[in-house]
Design a protein around this ligand. Structure first.
Ligand code: UD1
Ligand code: MG
Length: 487
């Protein structure tokens, strides 16, 4: 408090002080509130542990509330010089004339958007809102911010990369589409963190790497910008939002790290995503922001066939915990059943018709017992069931007419398999009917490529991937950019 009072003339120092306090408060408040959350029914089962224990969920609410309180207390500081000006009549007039109302509106609307998402995340934790309803809500929550953006900055053009300038010119004005794009950024940031989730510490871990990348990017800009440059203000504002976020996330991370004592819930995922979207929009660097989301963009594209239901999407796609080894393995989703069926390719009916006699009960196909199923398979027909055909023939790509997969889903499975992004298990007799595939998430893909690992190491791997992608993002933003933009 002493430091804050003595340095009150510098908002950034105050913000750093507040961020540290917010972190310590979050860290100490969570254990004190855990029991209250459990009593209120806000609890969840840790899916990847030997003993299935229940721990408090939605602890992102505590982090979100402490963040909001911190930001509310911080509101006066960027405007301190207007408060401390003399109350002398003329000066008071001057104060009213020069007060940056739009800056204050920016700050307030940003907080309103973040607060709305904390509220929505909590509602999702309590009510389990359906995807089709919750999907567009972040765009709606960003309307107050976009409104202020329209009045204050109103920049809707994008600078065309140098190689494309002969065709498109130097600037393209996207007009209203720019606002649609920013709404989509808000939707993407919030949901992409929520679908890269489900193992201890991974949601907070990825958010911390992104937040630190944003803060470093702001600091690089502030270091290199010439005094009085207009973007200094926006990057400072970005830091004001991101530093307290790093503070509360660190406080939460200590309890959410493996083995988790609390879950963060959808509340934290939405809160984190909206905070990132807000700084990206306010500081007018949504493209740089998206560079820090490379793993999330990849995870979203990989997940798309399941999200858009081209292939089945189970309630949980998190990696599967193996009790015997205490390691995480890729989880699988059931695509079809092994049963009596006729192999009939959709385009050449007569050409390859075969009848098989096989009992439906001979292979267990529960998604939770995927490893068990493959063990059983290996007893029966080790080569055919677990290994996909080594050479891909055109005929193999053709969907089976009586497959339960949609035609589009069939092609997705085949393409993803060919790209090595999923492992498909085929029926044991013909080796043509896909029965199971590994769930389409980056977590399962890491396990597929690197082999089974502990839950803790999987979280660390995700953070390392996120960190490496941030390095690539910095390289693109601060080095490669010189080839495509005038900097
Ligand atoms: C999203 C994912 C889902 C994933 C889930 C995990 C999509 C479309 N949805 O769903 O596949 O399984 O997140 O959060 O990709 N849990 C743990 N350990 C953890 C964190 C969570 O076991 O470290 C479990 C707990 O049972 C907790 C539950 O996940 O109760 C929370 O799931 P929830 O956030 O409600 O799932 P969604 O966000 O709907
Ligand atoms: Mg979730």
């Amino acid at each position: 408090v002493f430091i804050i009072l003595t340095t009150a003339h510098d908002p950034l120092t105050v913000n750093v002080g507040f961020s540290v306090l917010a972190g310590i408060t979050t860290w100490s408040a969570i254990p004190a509130l855990s029991e209250i959350f459990v009593k209120a029914g806000l609890k969840g089962m840790d899916l990847s542990k030997k003993t299935k224990h229940i721990i408090p969920e939605s602890m992102g609410m505590v982090a979100g509330l402490i963040y909001l309180v911190t930001m509310f207390l911080f509101i006066p500081f960027p405007f301190m010089k207007w408060f401390t000006a003399s109350n002398d009549g003329d000066l008071h007039e001057l104060k009213l004339l020069t007060f940056p109302n739009l800056k204050l509106a920016e700050l307030l609307s940003a907080l309103l958007s973040i607060q709305s998402m904390v509220f929505l995340g909590f509602a999702d934790d309590v009510l389990d809102i359906r995807w089709r309803f919750k999907m567009p809500l972040p765009a709606i929550a960003s309307i107050p911010l976009l409104m202020v953006y329209w009045v204050h900055l109103g920049v809707t053009h994008i600078v065309v990369p140098i190689p494309l300038r002969p065709i498109l010119g130097q600037l393209i004005d996207l007009g209203a589409l720019y606002y649609v794009y920013m709404g989509m950024v808000a939707i993407f940031c919030t949901h992409s963190i929520n679908i890269m989730a489900g193992i201890n510490g991974v949601e907070v871990g990825q958010s911390l790497v992104i937040a630190c990348s944003i803060a470093i990017n702001d600091m690089i800009f502030l270091q290199s910008a010439s005094t009085g440059a207009p973007a200094i203000e926006t990057h400072l504002f970005s830091l004001y939002f991101i530093l307290p976020f790093i503070g509360v996330s660190l406080g939460l991370m200590i309890h959410n790290w493996y083995p988790s004592k609390v879950f963060i819930g959808d509340t934290y995922c939405y809160f984190a995503g909206m905070t990132f979207a807000v700084v990206g929009i306010l500081a007018h660097y949504s493209k740089t922001l998206l560079l820090f989301f490379i793993p999330q963009i990849f995870n979203f594209l990989l997940s798309a066939p399941q999200l858009f239901r081209l292939v089945p999407c189970p309630r949980h796609r998190v990696p599967r915990y193996n009790r015997q080894t205490n390691l995480m393995e890729p989880s699988r989703v059931v695509l079809d059943e092994e049963e009596d069926f006729e192999v009939e390719f959709s385009s050449t009916k007569q050409e390859s018709k075969r009848t098989l006699g096989r009992s439906p009960s001979s292979v267990s196909l529960s998604s939770a017992g995927a490893a068990g199923a493959s063990t059983q398979d290996s007893d029966e027909s080790p080569t055919e069931s677990s290994n996909p055909p080594t050479t891909i023939r055109l005929q193999d790509l053709r969907p089976l007419k009586n497959s339960k997969l949609k035609r589009s889903g069939w092609y997705c499975v085949k393409i993803l398999e060919a790209l090595g992004l999923t492992h498909v298990r085929y029926d044991s007799k013909t080796g043509k009917r896909p029965l199971e595939m590994t769930n389409l998430t980056i977590l399962n893909l890491i396990l597929l490529k690197a082999g089974p690992m502990s839950e803790r190491n999987l979280t660390i791997s995700v953070m390392v991937v996120q960190f490496c992608c941030s390095l690539v993002a910095f390289f693109i933003r601060h080095r490669l950019v010189a080839f495509v933009y005038d900097v």
